[in-house]
Design a protein around this ligand. Structure first.
Ligand SMILES: C[S@@+](CC[C@H](N)C(=O)[O-])C[C@H]1O[C@@H](n2cnc3c(N)ncnc32)[C@H](O)[C@@H]1O
Length: 250
């Protein structure tokens, strides 16, 4: 079951607005979907706030540190959201490197832009776009990072093919994501809130491995980080967060 991108955008625009107004404490993937659709409203002019004021929506802390980024790397962050990982990546790779965030939610792009400007980061930028059709050229990046985003997409194999296309030979993807212990119940996959909360669209380790292999990647590794206790209609569901890495062959 796939979810409309409009539902996902609306959900994350609402979650961001809640975080900005500090009326609720959002954590990983707990969006509220009460706002107007992104396409229905103009990009808001947000006040410049330090990045620490907006919580991350990712599922792994310190992903840029864990991704082994090097000075001078070109890094692309799939689903960069409010901009935490993107800005941290830009700091690690330094002025010789470049960090580019892609996100389909205009409000997230505006927030990340504000954070980049607020911090005076010159080697980071964000682009409004879809990670199923990335607005970047072939063989462009050294590393693709992504934190709790690919589970939200309808067809993971398309996203991994796009990552493969924009990576240089020898480049790698480092994807923090939600992983299902076994195939999820269909009713859970069909539930909008579960999908937008990064659970409904999660693949099993086997599903991820197949999608990544089909794109052409090698040296696929999945490191489970922690288990996330989840119930669905009285049934215990095995959900984990983990880091999936894979390499584009030379
Ligand atoms: C759970 S948040 C994670 C944000 C960020 N990576 C972080 O760690 O804070 C998911 C983000 O992915 C974006 N997203 C979801 N599907 C996308 C797609 N197909 N293309 C681009 N961005 C997408 C959403 O707009 C949202 O900002």
């Amino acid at each position: 079951m796939t979810k409309s991108k409009e539902i996902i955008k609306k959900s994350y625009a609402g979650a961001l607005k809640n975080a900005q107004s500090k009326t609720t404490k959002e954590s990983c993937c707990t969006p509220q979907g009460s706002e107007k659709s992104s396409s229905e409203q103009k990009i808001p002019k947000l006040s410049l706030k330090p990045v620490q004021s907006i919580p991350s929506f990712g599922c792994i802390i310190d992903l840029p540190e864990k991704a082994g980024l090097k000075e001078g790397d070109i890094v692309v962050d799939f689903g960069s959201g409010p901009g935490h990982d993107l800005i941290r990546a830009a700091e690690i790779i330094g002025p010789q490197g470049k960090a580019i965030g892609i996100d389909m939610t205009p409000e997230m792009i505006q927030n990340a832009t504000n954070e980049i400007e607020y911090k005076g980061i010159s080697n980071a930028e964000v682009k409004l776009g879809d990670i199923e059709n990335v607005p970047l050229e072939d063989n462009f990046a050294d590393v693709v990072i992504s934190n709790c985003v690919i589970n939200l997409t309808a067809d993971k194999s398309v996203v991994f093919k796009e990552a493969y296309r924009i990576l240089k030979p020898g480049g790698r993807i480092v994807d923090a994501d939600i992983i299902a212990g076994k195939d999820l119940p269909q009713s859970l996959q069909n539930d909008n809130e579960s999908w937008c909360s990064c659970v409904g669209g999660a693949l099993t380790q086997k599903g991820y491995t197949e999608a990544i292999q089909a794109a052409g990647f090698i040296d696929i590794k999945i490191d489970i980080d922690h288990s996330i206790p989840t119930d669905w209609q009285g049934e215990k569901i095995q959900i984990f967060s983990g880091i999936i890495t894979a390499v584009k062959p030379l």
